[in-house]
Design a binder for this molecule. Structure first.
Ligand SMILES: C[S@@+](CC[C@H](N)C(=O)[O-])C[C@H]1O[C@@H](n2cnc3c(N)ncnc32)[C@H](O)[C@@H]1O
Length: 250
């Protein structure tokens, strides 16, 4: 857990602008070492619905982009969780920058582990690592300090789905991503269907790969995943989804 005021060393910190739904934020990031918010972060902000007085969990907060964005809504409290100490440090710093540190708490740990027992949320933003280790590292999207999604990209998301039902209030919403082609999407979908009665795909976007990126990915993806990449115009592309899951099965 990040104790308020405690200092860890985060190197190469720079301020960067991020355009999210209804908010343009300048946030501290460390491009050389840590995860940098991207187009998927922005797409989350387009579909996540936060009501007045809601309690929000941002699991896999990175440097806190969605947690800070959520805290700028009239919600009650935001808990931002990440296993990487430096992510939590920057999430707390970004919260102070926007004066939302009174209601945003950055906690270091895996999934729901650092949260108080029995604490539940109206909204869980589950933008956790969902890219298989090999392409995630080879493409440079995940530095060696940041855990990616395991061998097939499903390890963190499937566990998030399994644990979420105990952490959602009645009527609560969980949002999670699937990177088709860069993870075993069928395994994630099967887990989601086993855990939730309602799944709505809120985002369905193709992300083009440069020729260099496709060469990298071709070398490290198993054929079953590689076959899910598609030609879009002149480029190969992977398909990104964001789901809203409600009504957990007990
Ligand atoms: C795709 S990044 C997204 C970060 C952030 N939401 C954003 O938009 O920039 C995935 C994040 O999940 C975190 N993560 C990986 N394993 C995790 C786990 N077991 N529990 C919580 N977060 C995890 C990573 O450290 C990383 O910050």
């Amino acid at each position: 857990m990040l104790v308020h005021g405690e200092k860890a060393m985060v190197e190469d910190v720079v301020l960067r602008a991020f355009a999210l739904k209804d908010h343009a934020l300048d946030l501290y990031v460390s491009p050389e070492h840590l995860f940098v918010p991207n187009a998927v972060s922005r797409l989350f902000s387009k579909v996540v619905e936060i009501g007045e007085g809601d309690t929000v969990f941002d699991i896999g907060t990175g440097t806190g982009v969605l947690a800070v964005w959520a805290a700028l809504h009239p919600c009650r409290r935001v808990y931002a969780v990440d296993p990487v100490w430096e992510h939590c440090e920057l999430a707390a710093r970004n919260a102070r920058r926007y004066a939302v540190d009174g209601k945003l708490q950055a906690l270091r740990g895996s999934l729901f582990d650092p949260l108080p027992d029995g604490l539940t949320a109206d909204v869980i933003i589950g933008d956790v690592s969902g890219i298989a280790d090999a392409p995630g590292r080879a493409l440079g999207w995940y530095s060696s300090e940041v855990p990616a999604g395991g061998g097939d990209g499903t390890e963190v998301i499937v566990e998030l789905l399994r644990q979420s039902h105990r952490r959602l209030r009645v009527g609560g919403r969980l949002y999670f991503p699937i990177a088709v082609g860069l993870s075993d999407d069928e395994k994630i979908t099967a887990a989601a269907e086993a855990c939730f009665e309602s799944l709505v795909r809120k985002v369905d976007v193709w992300f083009p790969l440069s020729d260099e990126e496709y060469d990298v990915v071709r070398c490290c993806l198993p054929p079953s995943l590689l076959a899910k990449l598609r030609q879009r115009g002149s480029r190969m592309a992977w398909n990104g989804h964001i789901y809203e899951a409600t009504r957990p099965r007990s």
